[in-house]
Design a protein around this ligand. Structure first.
Ligand code: ADP
Length: 546
């Protein structure tokens, strides 16, 4: 027997319709590529996304067509989130930090029809254009006054394009499983692979983002999206924002500490979201200018994900900013939300030190994410906080297969997707990543977590960044080699650092060697490139290896 409730589909257009009806005056504030700060409302985004929908229809864009964006966080990009997907077309957000050859590859692989881009990317697009086989038109996301006087490309001006059309548009109704947006994984190995989100997966994910044990986004929040809209839809925040009417603040291309701090202060940001690297730049700015964030800002919570939030970072936000760090974990293949580190009643009386130990974990699975750990043979491992294994997930906003079947069958017999992460899960359900499966150090049949060692090392006041890789060892197969970038003007020896680590990590995890470098290689999304490091140090002889 079927239920007798309305089967209205979960469509992205319903989000912006709701926002326009229920919180039309809530603001979207953007620092623009052109320079000034721009202010508009959900009402404006609603109206203009409908103009865009009419414009796309006039250009001949059909449902299912891929429309690409190469843009920072800003109001026009947000209009595309609703205006493109709302028509039934697919928004393909491209990460501009990828190598040009990768951008060329994914735009051709996706067969993008139009490419919308920010002013700053004009030189890149002019170079790439001849290789982008399927693009019918290039749209510069700016107004007439900022259009280049000359150039090699025939460009469409975004403001001219949408202003030629009315905002009368009826969003079409279609199956909620229709594709809405496309995002390629950064591809540290092999070609990038496309993750194709649906209207349904995006809406369910947004609901969880707004739930209290999700990210508790709500009408009363002012959220600063440092996390880019070209990377997993800015963790789904533009959708969640429209759902609850939160004020959104978009930093555009200016991610330096001074710009981010000014936006936090001027816009009275209560919640900020980003990867650890941007927060290090923010701390640098605060230190250099002797600022007092606790009095300047009203920041209450910071969501950190993308890589592990070091304990020292959570502590600094707490003591220096008066802000609670919500550690979260996910990935492009998961839309991205998987776990959120919220506290339980039993943690209420914890000291700060004890609480920071909890916050160092990636958190508990939100409803919708069914998560477990398995060993190499696919056998379930216990949630005892000690056993670590391959972290497996399944759920309605988790990938079933990659775009165009790249990578073949990616789910196991139970329907789980292997995240490529290695983790423990404790009896309370808190998951803690111990490594990427390819980065784990295999020492005499036991696993050593490179991430735990890195986190311990960055707790030293003279360490800016640390990476740990497995170096060949005749007796143990692999032993940890720690590669460290010192903070400017700081002295630090191998002996000092090893002494500092003593007592903070298991004795047999102690790195066999420490080397100092001036910088570490990173991917386009700011993650350490351990493959490069392994290549660079493949001939490194450990002093313990006879
Ligand atoms: P994103 O960086 O947006 O989360 P990616 O798909 O680029 O998405 O990368 C996902 C990977 O990033 C995860 O599989 C995991 O290895 C790593 N990651 C994400 N969040 C965390 C976290 N809080 N702690 C440690 N690693 C994380």
């Amino acid at each position: 027997m079927l239920g007798l409730m309305q089967g209205r589909p979960l469509l992205i257009s319903t989000l912006i319709e709701h926002a326009a009806k229920c919180h039309p005056a809530a603001e979207i504030v953007s620092r623009t590529s052109e320079g000034p700060v721009h202010r508009c409302t959900y009402g404006d985004i609603h109206r203009r996304s409908k103009q865009l929908a009419n414009a796309l229809t006039a250009l001949g864009v059909s449902p299912g067509d891929r429309i690409a964006s190469l843009a920072w966080n800003g109001f026009r990009h947000m209009e595309m989130y609703f205006g493109v997907s709302g028509t039934g077309a697919v928004l393909h957000t491209i990460n501009p930090r990828l190598f040009p050859e990768q951008i060329e590859y994914i735009a051709n692989h996706a067969e993008d029809q139009y490419l919308f881009f920010d002013l700053g990317f004009l030189p890149l697009i002019e170079k790439l254009a001849p290789a982008l086989k399927t693009i019918k038109g290039f749209v510069l996301m700016t107004d007439r006054a900022h259009m280049p006087a000359d150039g090699t490309l025939d460009l469409i001006c975004y403001e001219d394009l949408i202003n030629a059309h009315s905002s009368d548009y009826d969003w079409p109704t279609f199956d909620e499983n229709t594709a809405s947006s496309l995002c390629y994984t950064s591809g540290t190995t092999g070609n990038p692979k496309g993750v194709l989100y649906s209207h349904r997966s995006s809406l369910l994910h947004a609901m969880l983002t707004c739930s209290v044990d999700g990210l508790a986004l709500g009408t009363a929040e002012t959220a600063l999206l440092i996390v880019p809209m070209f990377h997993v839809n800015a963790w789904g925040m533009p959708y969640a924002g429209a759902m609850c009417g939160a004020k959104l603040v978009m930093p555009g291309p200016a991610l330096d500490g001074a710009s981010v701090y000014a936006l936090m202060r001027d816009e009275k940001v209560t919640l900020a979201l980003g990867v650890p690297t941007v927060w290090l730049m923010l701390f640098g700015h605060v230190d250099a200018n002797r600022l007092v964030p606790k009095t300047d800002l009203v920041l209450r919570r910071v969501v950190i994900g993308g890589s592990s939030a070091p304990r020292a970072m959570s502590e600094r936000f707490e003591t220096n900013f008066g802000a609670f760090v919500i550690h979260a974990w996910g990935m492009t293949e998961m839309s991205p939300l998987g776990t959120v580190c919220n506290l339980l009643p039993k943690h209420r009386d914890f000291t700060l030190e004890q609480r920071l130990d909890i916050q160092a974990k990636q958190g508990r699975a939100v409803f919708g994410v069914d998560m477990c750990i398995k060993d190499d043979d696919g056998k379930l491992l216990p949630n005892d906080g000690k056993a670590f294994g391959h972290l497996m997930v399944r759920g309605p906003w988790i990938v079933e297969s990659y775009y165009r079947g790249e990578g073949g069958e990616i789910l196991d017999a139970d329907g789980y997707f292997d995240t490529g992460d290695v983790a423990t899960i404790d009896p309370d359900g808190y998951m803690q990543i111990t490594d990427r499966s390819k980065d784990v150090i295999k020492s005499g049949g036991e696993w050593i977590s490179s991430i735990d060692l890195e986190n311990a090392a960055v707790g030293h006041p003279a360490v800016a960044e640390a990476a740990v890789i497995g170096a060949a060892h005749a007796k143990w197969q692999e032993r940890p080699l720690m590669i460290v970038v010192k903070k400017a003007n700081q002295e630090l020896s191998k002996e000092d650092l090893l002494k500092f680590l003593d007592g903070k990590i298991a004795k047999w995890w102690m790195p066999d060697d420490v080397v100092f470098v001036t910088e570490l290689p990173h991917t386009a999304t700011g993650k350490l490139q351990k493959m490069k490091l392994r290549e660079q140090f493949k001939d490194h002889r450990l002093p313990t290896d006879a």
